[in-house]
Design a protein around this ligand. Structure first.
Ligand SMILES: Cc1ncc(COP(=O)(O)O)c(C=O)c1O
Length: 238
């Protein structure tokens, strides 16, 4: 289950090779990556399934909870349509126990309209990211890399610094809201305690959790806004 975190695609070619060698299904978590591509292929269409979130914070957002999935497997698609609605095959016959996981009509209508605006949302986020890359260049900050094979839709723009907490405080003092996606790695969540992976089990993940900082990148920010943030970052590191 590769997760295309931040809108950046996971490296699918080696993953698909492993899956094919072992006859595994691949479920792409495209919750943050609608419209992202890898080697010319849309996020969610490379694996067996692609799952999307249209939660209000996502690039394509409903006015409440919503989501959907895609698959090229017609049999699986029919089964999932059934499972999302109690396992019903008509109004009275339950073929197998299912869930209640329907996309309600009002949310579907919001998404139908918002889908038209998705390309411009993506375009503006990519423009903001490009401006960050230019104006933050040279600072002691890790900036998300961009390989030619990837089209990143920048659900978030996550930088890394070993002075993260102090840097975040400085930006807050300038009226710049930032966030940490995400502060607690999965293996350190209380829910995962029974698996026995304590602090130190995944040092790379733990180091990143301490260094990551999400800068504002939403489509409503102007070039002047991004410049203001970059100027504050340059001031801080000076
Ligand atoms: C990477 C990732 N996977 C899954 C989800 C879950 O999406 P939803 O809450 O719409 O089911 C989210 C969103 O919160 C996400 O960011």
């Amino acid at each position: 289950m590769p997760v295309h975190l931040t809108g950046r695609m996971a490296d699918m070619t080696p993953l698909m090779a492993i899956a094919s060698k072992h006859a595994l299904a691949v479920i792409e978590d495209s919750a943050q990556a609608i419209g992202s591509t890898y080697d010319g292929r849309m996020s969610g269409t490379i694996g067996t399934f692609g799952c999307f979130s249209a939660h209000p914070l996502k690039n394509l957002n409903a006015a409440g909870d919503a989501g959907f999935l895609v698959t090229a497997d017609a049999e699986m698609a029919a089964r999932i349509r059934r499972l999302r609605n109690h396992g019903l095959i008509n109004r009275s016959d339950v073929q197998e126990w299912g869930l209640v996981s329907r996309l309600d009509t009002l949310q579907a209508e919001v998404l139908r309209i918002r889908l038209r605006h998705l390309p411009s949302v993506i375009e503006r986020r990519r423009r903001n990211a490009a401006q960050y890359r230019t104006e933050l260049a040279g600072l002691p900050l890790f900036i998300p890399p961009c390989r030619n094979i990837e089209f990143n839709t920048f659900h978030t723009f996550v930088v890394q610094t070993d002075r993260r907490n102090d840097f975040q405080k400085y930006l807050a003092g300038k009226g710049i809201e930032t966030a940490i996606h995400y502060p607690v790695p999965i293996h350190l969540q209380p829910a995962a305690a029974h698996l026995g992976h304590g602090l130190g089990a995944f040092p790379v993940t733990e180091r990143q959790a301490d260094q990551i900082l999400t800068l504002p990148i939403n489509q409503f920010l102007s070039a002047a806004d991004i410049s203001y943030i970059c100027a504050a970052a340059r001031e801080y590191f000076a």
